[in-house]
Design a binder for this molecule. Structure first.
Ligand SMILES: [Zn+2]
Length: 69
């Protein structure tokens, strides 16, 4: 799963975060492929972890989200 961090963009319609339901402001995370929108990286990472768990794949190493090992 890959994502794009968007800063300073205006969505055409009021949109809510796919995980927490908070209204999206001018910065958000858009998942490439599904085009789901998340309010911040925390919501994206939690949604990604849930997706990995429900698909039965092993979780990546701690720190994989930040690029630190
Ligand atoms: Zn959220």
């Amino acid at each position: 799963m890959r994502c794009v961090i968007v800063n300073g963009a205006k969505l055409k319609a009021q949109t809510c975060c796919a995980r927490c339901g908070r209204v999206i402001s001018d910065s958000y995370i858009r998942e490439i492929g599904s085009r789901r929108i998340y309010c911040d990286f925390h919501c994206y990472s939690v949604a990604l972890e849930i997706s990995v768990l429900t698909r039965g794949y092993p979780l990546p190493a701690l720190g994989a989200w930040t690029g630190r090992s």
